[in-house]
Design a protein around this ligand. Structure first.
Ligand SMILES: Nc1ncnc2c1ncn2[C@@H]1O[C@H](COP(=O)(O)OP(=O)(O)OP(=O)(O)O)[C@@H](O)[C@H]1O
Length: 819
């Protein structure tokens, strides 16, 4: 057996070498990297140190230095399998298939570790394979699965690793889509390799009919991937001045950009990664009426088109990959199925800490029309209300998920998570589209009725939690605080393993929305600044500014965190990680602000799934209609001269605020920093959507005279928020739990009452019988009635407790933002 094993391993190792390409130094290095990536670096070292020809590596592997333990052998075998070595043709150099050739990075068919991103992160990353939900889950701990690509060596390994006999079944399971993906031209260009882990895109909508009628100004100008918000402020002597806030993001899409272009800038690059065990999340953030739903609605439809196209390629068809859709909402901390009469759903965590939404209906989708219908149906069921800015405002977070699964025999097209058939489908990858509730709803904690307040608090909490998760995700923190809210809990599996996140921040261009727009941009800026992906322009922009003018950004984007915080440091050198840094400038004009006539846009934009017909569909690169706003430049993404043109304002412009480079510090450093809290706000206005709006406004009015004081004021507000927020969150959580418990208790009470009524009926039937024992009847009736009364008293007590809780919550939420 040992000899047989050695032979087999030798053959396998020979295959590893033979297929690896020509012997050269680069090959050795690559080989070493491969082995390293498989945790077998110690096997590579003799080769490197002795200069032994790589050709002898297989022998070395078997003699003395070779894979000795079962785990090593397993890893070695997995390495070979991931390299697609075919044991039957060990003497044949590996020839890329037609499908894979386009993507091969080197002429010898050897995929370097650097290139593996193109083949799906983690293809050779053994650690990435412990993602429990996806196809390769538990690959290390599970019994060894033979590769369908190595029939000749499989036999021996099967014997050694006790592989079950049903080879066909195992082969089916093992055929990972990512390992045999067709490489389209687009893919082979390596684009998906460039898909950032977090991408922040801003979309500005056009002025709407109401805003145009009110002659509101468009205060947002867009230029390439940056934008400027021109905020009008009043000095204490009531002279107006202009404050310019500049931001830079991965992409800034102006009002002329079509939904199709939005798709191309956001989702399209992610699609191929879905087949590579990626869980992607795209969410739209912004105030009510800023265009979140408008932006999100067409994205899944376009995504389905592309996913279907890929799925229809023979390689996936053969692997029986299917696409599934579900659509649900989180409203007031509860989950509802939007495709199933808003049925209430339950979220559970299984033993592997996988979140499953019990009862959620999943639908197999095979054409785009079905998806459109589902989206229409789901949107019609969504919790909406009317706001000043949007007649049909979303009051919930809506989550549409598209899941690519490896199909297992199904008999119906409609299945639920409860269905045993469904659970047999293995998830290959998924993409979630989240249309968040209006961000300023987080501030709805003092106004309106109790329900709206609870809604607001819940929304606020979830938006903060979402950012925290993104922060943790981007820092590769081991602990992702997904339990911070229902939203993040539901998205738990999108925060672990191989994930991609796209945030689309939607902004309204009108002056009346200035505060909200700034809040949205600050939130986006904060998310972006968490990202490691670089945005050099941003850095350049800030570096162009004279160091003397650099200062702490007021209320810009610091956030309290339990784990890591950002710290102000004196500006030193460009920090490539500070990609989302914001440059805020004050541009002071004397007075007599004269706005140009606001830009006019079509008043309504009928939603067309492919293209909005209301706006000219022009490529971002093409010329744009000459519809600049009063600040110039927005529509054609260039700055025109205007009453607020760069030239005229530059002389008076005083660069006031630049977000400083930040560094991450650990918890231990907190005390030191808290002494300097006046330098940095801990929770910014952007972190507390609109919570500090009125305060900000006040601060802004007197900014020129009391800048330092206002900073402290705002910081105080932030700190106040910091201290009150956890208790408010806990309160909301407790409240929601008690509400749940009350409803459950009420249901139980009804069931008990029905049971008691049945018993009473029985008693009556018995007592009516001739010769019945009246004593028995009296005793039993007395007993039954006591039970009945006890049940009612208990329910009443619970109700009273809950009423008390509601009162408490109300007081707390009023205390939070004193008026
Ligand atoms: N880029 C755009 N081009 C044209 N019209 C737009 C655009 N964005 C939004 N609109 C229009 O603005 C209105 C409000 O948009 P939408 O409902 O998407 O806002 P929202 O951010 O989802 O609001 P809420 O948070 O209240 O649900 C809609 O009538 C929509 O058609």
């Amino acid at each position: 057996m040992g000899g047989q094993m050695q032979q087999t391993n030798a053959a396998a190792a020979t295959a590893l070498y033979e297929n690896a390409g020509p012997t050269n130094e680069a090959g050795d290095a690559v080989m070493a990297r491969w082995l390293q990536s498989a945790g077998l670096q110690h096997l590579a070292s003799p080769v490197a140190s002795t200069g032994i020809d790589q050709r002898h590596l297989p022998n070395l592997l078997m003699q003395g230095y070779g894979a000795q333990t079962a785990e090593e052998k397993q890893r070695l075998f997995k390495l070979m399998r991931n390299l697609n070595f075919n044991g039957e043709s060990t003497s044949e150099p590996y020839t890329p298939t037609g499908q894979t050739s386009a993507a091969l990075p080197s002429s010898d068919g050897f995929y370097s570790p650097e290139f593996r991103g193109d083949f799906g992160a983690g293809l050779l990353d053994l650690h990435a394979m412990d993602d429990t939900e996806l196809l390769s889950e538990h690959m290390i701990s599970e019994p060894f699965e033979p590769s369908p690509f190595m029939p000749s060596v499989n036999q021996a390994f099967e014997e050694e690793f006790n592989v079950p006999a049903n080879r066909k079944q195992l082969q089916e399971q093992d055929a990972e889509p990512s390992s045999s993906f067709p490489r389209s031209e687009k893919e082979s260009s390596g684009r998906e390799n460039n898909v950032a882990k977090i991408k922040v895109v801003v979309r500005k909508r056009p002025l709407n009919k109401k805003e145009t009628a009110k002659k509101e100004d468009d205060i947002v100008t867009v230029s390439n991937n940056s934008l400027t918000v021109h905020e009008t402020k009043l000095k204490v002597d009531l002279t107006a001045y202009m404050e310019r806030h500049e931001f830079c993001f991965d992409a800034v899409l102006d009002e002329h950009v079509s939904n199709d272009e939005v798709y191309r800038a956001t989702i399209e690059p992610i699609i191929p990664t879905i087949f590579q065990r990626t869980k992607a999340t795209c969410f739209a953030y912004g105030q009510t009426g800023s265009g979140k739903t408008f932006t999100m609605k067409p994205l899944p439809i376009r995504a389905v088109q592309d996913l279907m196209r890929m799925l229809n390629q023979p390689v996936y068809r053969d692997q029986r990959l299917k696409l599934w859709l579900s659509y649900f909402e989180i409203y007031g901390g509860k989950l509802y199925d939007l495709l199933s009469e808003r049925r209430k759903l339950c979220m559970r965590e299984d033993g592997r800490q996988q979140v499953c939404i019990v009862g959620l209906q999943e639908y197999e989708v095979s054409d785009v029309q079905i998806v459109k219908d589902f989206i229409e149906k789901g949107n019609a069921s969504r919790s909406t209300g009317s706001t000043g800015a949007n007649e049909e405002s979303s009051r919930s977070h809506a989550i549409l998920q598209l899941v690519v699964k490896k199909h297992v025999e199904v008999k119906e097209t409609r299945r639920s998570n409860n269905d045993s058939n469904e659970s047999r489908g293995k998830v290959v990858g998924k993409i979630s589209f989240i249309d968040l509730a209006g961000s300023e709803r987080g501030a709805d904690t003092t106004d309106n009725d109790r329900q709206t307040r609870i809604e607001g608090a819940e929304i606020n909490k979830s938006l903060l939690a979402l950012k925290e998760c993104i922060r943790a995700l981007d820092n590769d923190q081991l602990h992702i605080p997904f339990r911070g809210s229902k939203l993040t809990e539901v998205l738990r599996d999108s925060f672990v393993g191989n994930s991609r996140t796209v945030m689309i921040s939607c902004i309204s261009p009108n002056e009346g929305s200035c505060e909200h727009t700034l809040n949205t941009l600050r939130y986006a800026d904060r998310v972006k600044s968490l990202s490691k992906s670089g945005n050099s322009k941003k850095d350049q922009t800030s570096n162009l500014l004279p160091p003397a003018n650099k200062d702490v950004s007021l209320a810009s984007s610091q956030l309290a965190s339990n784990d890591v915080e950002d710290v102000f440091e004196p500006p030193q050198e460009p920090n490539v990680q500070e990609t989302g840094r914001r440059v805020e400038k004050d541009s002071y004009s004397t007075s007599g602000i004269e706005f140009k006539q606001p830009t006019h846009y079509p008043s309504s934009y009928p939603v067309n799934f492919r293209e909005e017909s209301g706006i000219p569909s022009i490529s971002m690169d093409k010329g744009r209609p000459d519809t600049s706003n009063s600040f110039g430049g927005s529509t054609s993404q260039r700055i025109h001269s205007s009453s607020y043109s760069q030239d005229s304002s530059d002389q008076e412009e005083k660069v006031k605020k630049v977000s400083p480079p930040r560094r991450k510090v650990s918890r231990e450093e907190k005390p030191e920093r808290t002494q300097n809290w006046s330098k940095r706000d801990i929770v910014s206005a952007s972190d507390v959507p609109a919570m500090t709006n009125s305060r900000q406004h006040n601060i802004a009015s007197s900014q020129n005279t009391s800048d330092t004081a206002s900073r402290q004021y705002e910081t105080t507000a932030s700190r106040q928020y910091e201290t009150t927020e956890p208790s408010l969150d806990e309160n909301i959580d407790a409240l929601l739990e008690e509400e749940e418990a009350l409803i459950t208790a009420h249901r139980k009470e009804i069931e008990d009452t029905m049971e008691i009524v049945r018993e009473e009926m029985k008693l009556l039937a018995e007592v009516d019988r001739p010769g019945s024992m009246i004593d028995n009847y009296v005793t039993q009736l007395s007993f039954v009635l006591s039970r009945k009364a006890a049940g009612l008293v208990s329910l009443q007590a619970r109700l009273a407790r809950f009423q008390h809780r509601l009162k408490e919550q109300e007081i707390l939420s009023r205390k939070r933002v004193p008026r």
